[in-house]
Design a binder for this molecule. Sequence first.
Ligand code: APR
Length: 183
Amino acid sequence: MTIEIIQSDITTLRVDAVVNAANETLLGGGGVDGAIHRAAGPRLLAACRALPEVRPHVRCPAGEARITPGFDLPARYVIHTVGPVWRGGDAREPELLAACHRNALRLAREHAIDSIAFPAISCGVYGYPRDAAAAVAVAVLAEEQDKTRTPHRIVLCAFDAGMAEAWRAAAKRLHVPIGDPPI
Ligand code: APR
């Protein structure tokens, strides 16, 4: 049971599910959200729009997760989660970021998903400092994997080398074993 760290475009990964760093409307955006919607095709937006609003213009509150098919992606599913906007660290950002990872894994287990790839949630537009976010993500994923043993394959997919290095440094500090991606 290990966590893999790779640098790639998450939309190309052949995993059961990719996690999307979405916003509360679930109606798409820029960054990885835009890339996933572009690669999945227009059916993804239609599936997101069909998800119920929990309050006006909010289909997925920060920290929660929702699941849709992956449509034209190699991945069968997209698990949409909404990270916290960084506001200095005293607005429950770490708890919300941890909840994103926990809720994504909970949905994965409920759908017999055995391989899942996460982007660096909140580390782009939402401004979460990379190293602080990496520490939260690695700690939660390692704790959850130890507890539940599935998904068997958890991938942290960085878009840039700096984020991959931040995750590796966090894993080293936390003594979390990092696996080598299968050839
Ligand atoms: N594959 C993997 N990672 C990617 C990709 C990609 N194709 N494109 C971007 N990323 C990385 C970014 O480099 C960053 O490290 O995903 C991380 C998250 O950045 P954002 O996509 O900006 O997400 P976030 O910071 O959570 O902000 C979410 O941005 O796109 C909007 O609709 C989205 O409003 C929401 C907000």
